[in-house]
Design a protein around this ligand. Structure first.
Ligand code: SAM
Ligand code: DTB
Ligand code: SF4
Length: 315
């Protein structure tokens, strides 16, 4: 049985001295993973912009003028070509993202074809398509999907300040369908939206205390997108960012903690610090979904300088 955590305990872990916290996180990390290896995923936006949801951070919401060009659902051959490029560059997981509130059944069929083809290339597959119905989660499983990404983004209390077009419980319902269908859950959040450290701790507690904690936990640093309500948010304190990564590692020892969006404006030193705190996965390739990510050459150099190798498949 996995350990159940309470808020006081998690807060005490988070508030230790940084050396003690990093030591604890490293100790947990080393029992469960090779500390010198990172998992490498590549993202592709298969349907871009025009999303009916009003997530305050998102460049793809139709509610905000972010200057993003809308793109319809990509064609299968373009997706396969992009997956082949990602594999050749050393990625082991290919993640497809669509700016939908929820996929229509006919669109889901097209995504299932993409998943099956990507899987045939020997890559792990992940998609993030918004809210799902129970049957849709099952359908994705039969298509060969490994992971479904669906973030809770922040604490339950803070959630309604960020998004009002859906509820936190809508999100949890989709996670339950994904789990019941036998898919791996990829679920995390964003730091730097004006939330407190307590919100960050509560977000991680909710994930860690699930009957089956997610095996993949993306921690995004807000990319402040001009035109969105969060464009002028103040920068998250880098040590609080590292503390959150370390707490995620300690609360979810077996999860891949994914240093996700926002690396483009992190120093090499801060990224290295995050790896020391237990992060062991990155998005690789010059684009995330719509925003910039470090170019592969830069990441290769960073990994080489700090002695991290790219991991083989994880599932
Ligand atoms: N529409 C689907 C959904 O919301 O689940 C999938 C795509 S959505 C872009 C996937 C995740 O990207 C969000 O849950 C959020 O955590 C992250 N994200 C979006 N915009 C971001 C930003 N500006 N900075 C950091 N993370 C962001
Ligand atoms: C996640 O937590 N981060 C990724 C992935 N899941 C789909 C997406 C980050 C998006 C950053 C903004 C953009 O590229 O549009
Ligand atoms: Fe739409 Fe997802 Fe962006 Fe929210 S985060 S606006 S649901 S694409």
């Amino acid at each position: 049985m996995t350990e159940l955590w309470d808020f006081a305990k998690a807060q005490a872990i988070f508030s230790q001295t940084l050396p003690d916290l990093i030591y604890q996180a490293q100790t947990v990390h080393r029992v469960n993973f090779n500390p010198n290896a990172v998992q490498i995923s590549t993202l592709l936006s298969i349907k871009t912009g025009g999303c009916p949801e009003n997530c305050s951070y998102c460049p793809q919401s139709a509610h905000y003028k972010t200057g993003l060009k809308k793109e319809p659902l990509m064609k299968l051959d373009e997706v396969i070509a992009a997956a082949k490029r990602a594999k050749a560059a050393g990625s082991t997981r290919f993640c497809l993202g669509a700016a939908w509130r929820a996929p229509r059944d006919e669109d889901l069929e097209l995504v299932c074809d993409m998943v099956s083809e990507v899987k045939k290339l020997g890559l792990e597959t992940c998609v993030t398509l918004g809210l799902l119905k129970e049957k849709q989660a099952q359908r994705l499983k039969t298509a060969g999907l490994d992971f479904y990404n669906h973030n809770i983004d922040t604490s339950e209390e803070y959630y309604e300040k960020i998004i009002s077009t859906r509820t936190f419980s809508d999100r949890l319902e989709t996670l339950a369908y994904v789990e019941a269908a036998g898919l791996e859950v990829c679920c995390g959040g964003i730091l730097g939206m004006g939330e407190t450290n307590d919100d960050r701790i509560k977000m991680l507690l909710l994930l860690a205390n699930r009957a089956e904690p997610p095996r993949s936990v993306p921690i995004n640093k807000l990319i402040r997108i001009p035109g969105t309500p969060l464009e002028n948010q103040s920068e998250v304190d880098p040590f609080d960012f590292v503390r959150t990564i370390a707490l995620a590692r300690i609360l979810m020892p077996k999860a891949y903690i994914r240093l996700s969006a926002g690396r483009e404006d992190m120093s090499d030193e801060l990224q290295a610090f995050c790896f020391l705190a237990g992060a062991n996965s990155i998005f690789y390739g010059e684009k995330l979904l719509t925003a910039d990510n470090p170019i592969p050459e830069k990441d290769n150099l960073l990994l080489q300088r700090i002695g991290l190798e790219k991991m083989a498949l994880s599932v």
